[in-house]
Design a protein around this ligand. Structure first.
Ligand SMILES: Nc1ncnc2c1ncn2[C@@H]1O[C@H](COP(=O)(O)OP(=O)(O)OP(=O)(O)O)[C@@H](O)[C@H]1O
Ligand SMILES: O=C(O)[C@@H](O)C(=O)CO
Length: 421
């Protein structure tokens, strides 16, 4: 397989999809993001693309739903012409012991007929590295990082083989960094040896982009690879400038439903500069319409006094906010997603044209409610974070940043707008 093949990806959340699409775009691949399961007609618009990412919302969904949608998305991509499928999950391996990373990888092995697939969560540009199978977030092992407190999938272990083993029907192997440093042929030989010994999902260490380039070369003929978005940076770069998105006239808003620590810092920094309000989860639970309308009114008042300034609406300002909200019921996270979804449609109707949305699940809920089906990828703001453009179900053109919880610079909510020309 040459470097110039069609690539398709199935991503388990919307921010993850745009993260990968940004990395492919940065390597010069013309990339589209399709939100939700595509219908057959969508393929007609993709003839010019080198890569297509289907964004699903399956990370925290039931395993049955995740399997069904991932396989249908994979089948669509293969029919479109994808020669290699990329199973994109989170660089912090977000999942529970029941899945969904393992079950989806197993199903895509069957779909593609692949006899094995690498497992590469590493994304060194964002501080995710894997050494001897252990996943680090910056200088902390995963289970000591802020991911230990994630409201949907707290991470309890840092060993990727140990995390994956209870989730998959297959045995799990490991190719350590020492082998990666010997180059692509050594990696290929190690993968073949694991396969012969019956191990079909094989974690490969990577701590730098050079390691990712070795893994990418070693796996260029494989029908399936799995990982965070970092592996995409291992591809040789093509000489094509990314599309540059321009401002869409209208108002600006930041919707942050992310519970991650990096987002809490971004919220704290933006609160010093932007008009802001926190979603009152108890009030929303009591009377959803009234709380959405309070936030909408407040936003419109702020726009009136400064039309060019973004307004920030957030749900977590401090870790205690999550603890407090949890007392309101098991389904509180889902309810908060619905709150942001309703608010987004109300804001779009009220004149918002540019959105920075924080949180993978939150982004999924917001873009689904706006009825955006496809995103163009524009300029990158920081690793994994790009400007995107799409059209809502009722025909409004909007710009978006969909920010994964732990990504983005601290001033993203304030300075990110400057990235638009
Ligand atoms: N105050 C809160 N209390 C409890 N849950 C909350 C609160 N605010 C947001 N949530 C929920 O927590 C989840 C956060 O997940 P989301 O994927 O949006 O962002 P994240 O935590 O940054 O994760 P990721 O790294 O995947 O982007 C969502 O389901 C959201 O509705
Ligand atoms: O890989 C990552 O860390 C992100 O793209 C993501 O999936 C977080 O939602």
């Amino acid at each position: 397989m040459s470097a110039h093949v069609r690539r398709g990806a199935v991503a388990d959340d919307f921010t993850g999809a745009t993260d990968l699409a940004g990395n492919w775009t940065a390597r010069g691949l013309r990339t589209s993001v399709l939100l939700g399961l595509p219908d057959d007609a969508s393929a007609e618009d993709l003839t010019e693309d080198d890569a297509v990412v289907v964004a699903l919302k399956t990370r925290s969904a039931s395993t049955d739903l995740a399997l069904d949608q991932s396989v249908r998305a994979g089948r669509f991509l293969r029919e479109w012409g994808a020669e290699q499928l990329y199973d994109k999950y989170c660089s912090t391996f977000d999942s529970t012991p029941e899945g969904n990373i393992g079950p989806v990888a197993d199903a895509l092995l069957e779909l593609t007929g692949a006899s094995r697939a690498v497992v590469v969560p590493s994304f060194p540009d964002n501080g995710r590295t894997v050494y001897q199978g252990h996943l680090f977030v910056g200088d902390e092992p995963l289970h000591e990082s802020p991911m230990k407190d994630h409201p949907l999938n707290p991470m309890w272990d840092s060993s990727v083989p140990r995390l994956l083993t209870p989730q998959t029907q297959h045995q799990v192997g490991l190719v350590p960094l020492q082998v990666v440093h010997q180059g692509p042929d050594a990696v290929r030989a190690a993968l073949a040896e694991h396969e012969q010994d019956g191990r079909r999902l094989i974690v490969v260490d990577a701590v730098t982009n050079e390691d990712l380039a070795v893994i990418s070369t070693a796996t260029q003929d494989e029908p399936l690879v799995t990982g965070g978005s970092g592996l995409a940076l291992g591809l040789p770069a093509r000489d094509r400038e990314p599309r540059v998105l321009s401002r869409v006239p209208g108002r600006r808003v930041v919707l942050s439903g992310s519970a991650s620590r990096a987002t809490q810092q971004q919220v704290a920094s933006a609160r010093k500069v932007l008009p802001h309000a926190q979603l009152d989860v108890a009030a929303y639970t009591e009377n959803p319409e009234a709380e959405v309308s309070r936030l909408l009114d407040l936003t419109q008042v702020a726009w009136q006094s400064d039309p060019d300034r973004a307004v920030l609406i957030y749900s977590v300002g401090a870790p205690d906010d999550v603890t407090a909200a949890r007392a309101l019921g098991d389904d509180v996270s889902q309810r908060i997603e619905t709150a942001f979804a309703s608010l987004a449609t109300a804001l779009s109707s009220a004149g918002a044209s540019e959105f920075i949305v924080a949180g993978g699940e939150t982004s999924g809920a917001v873009l689904e409610s706006l009825g955006v089906r496809r995103l163009e990828v524009g300029q990158q703001l920081s690793p994994g974070v790009s400007w995107l453009a799409g059209t809502t179900a009722d025909g409004r053109r909007h710009n978006f940043v969909l920010k994964s919880g732990n990504f983005g610079t601290e001033d993203l909510f304030v300075a990110g707008w400057e990235g638009l020309t």
